[in-house]
Ligand binder design. Structure first.
Ligand SMILES: [Fe+2]
Length: 279
């Protein structure tokens, strides 16, 4: 498993692709956020145009994890709109795959985007039809996510999935306004995050709506704080999230230094966001 440390990029600054990814995603523009050079696992934002329809009737040979950022898509008469999450195992047949209104979708593929016309069996135990953050609301406990400091602040989480084999997790955090951490931390697993709304400041700078990071295991980070509050989609790779806390050298303040860690080719998308002054 090898992906480069990206912490962080502003995905809204990235251009959409000009060409199609492949036949499975014909007519869909995309932005690649990160890719594993060995396994070809890939995290992307897909942009479905209005009235899009998959004509080819192809089935994916890898798992796809989906979160709808805006608009809606419809798979087998299941409408997925903003705030919806779904997990489609490899070979899940897509008899209907359309987007009437257009959509922006965060998609995580578990390997190279290969596909087939054949109908194979899929793992029904792994299938998650739909979880809607907006309709289903937050979890009413903190079971499953080990993040005591955030939990004790009154912030909320919604656990979306725990992989039955390796313990990898996907969840959403809703962090309350004015939250400020009193510890720095690290995790013995990879963490991948996408800011859905709001802003959050940490040791690398200020992340805003659309900011993304892929952080390898055991990297010290924080403390974090947010004036506005924020909603974050998170994934752990290599098992469930475990938080190791360490004491602070100095207390958190809202004047973070912009010092991102990104590969050369992504540097232009990681520039500090300057608030526009309107006269
Ligand atoms: Fe963390």
């Amino acid at each position: 498993m090898s992906r480069q440390h990206i912490e962080f990029i502003h995905t809204s600054d990235m251009p959409w692709s000009k060409k199609d990814f492949n036949n499975f995603l014909e007519g869909i523009k995309y932005k690649i956020l990160s890719i594993d050079n060995d396994t070809k696992e890939i995290s992307v934002i897909l942009k479905f145009p209005k009235g899009w329809k998959q004509k080819s009737n192809l089935n994916l040979l890898v798992d796809e994890e989906i979160y709808i950022l805006s608009g809606s898509i419809n798979i087998n008469n299941q409408e997925l709109n903003e705030g919806c999450y779904s997990y489609l195992p490899a070979n899940y047949p897509r008899k209907l795959f359309i987007s009437d209104n257009g959509a922006e979708v965060l998609s995580f593929f578990s390997g190279k985007l290969s596909y087939t016309k054949k109908i194979n069996k899929y793992n029904k135990n792994n299938f998650i039809k739909k979880i809607s953050l907006f309709n289903d609301g937050w979890d009413n406990n903190y079971k499953g996510i080990n993040s005591p400091e955030i939990a004790s602040s009154g912030s909320k989480k919604k656990l979306l999935r725990t992989d039955k084999k390796n313990g990898d997790q996907t969840w959403i955090m809703g962090i309350i306004p004015s939250y400020q951490e009193k510890k720095v931390e690290s995790h013995p697993v990879v963490q991948e995050c996408f800011i859905l709304n709001g802003e959050i400041e940490g040791n690398c700078g200020t992340m805003v709506k659309g900011s993304y990071f892929w952080r390898p295991r055991d990297i010290l980070h924080g403390p974090y704080g947010t004036k506005t509050g924020c909603t974050i989609l998170s994934r752990s790779k290599g098992g469930k999230l475990i938080v190791d806390y360490y004491d602070l050298d100095k207390p958190f303040d809202f004047n973070s230094t912009h010092q991102v860690v990104v590969p050369e080719n992504l540097k232009k998308f990681s520039r500090k966001k300057i608030k526009k002054i309107k006269f």
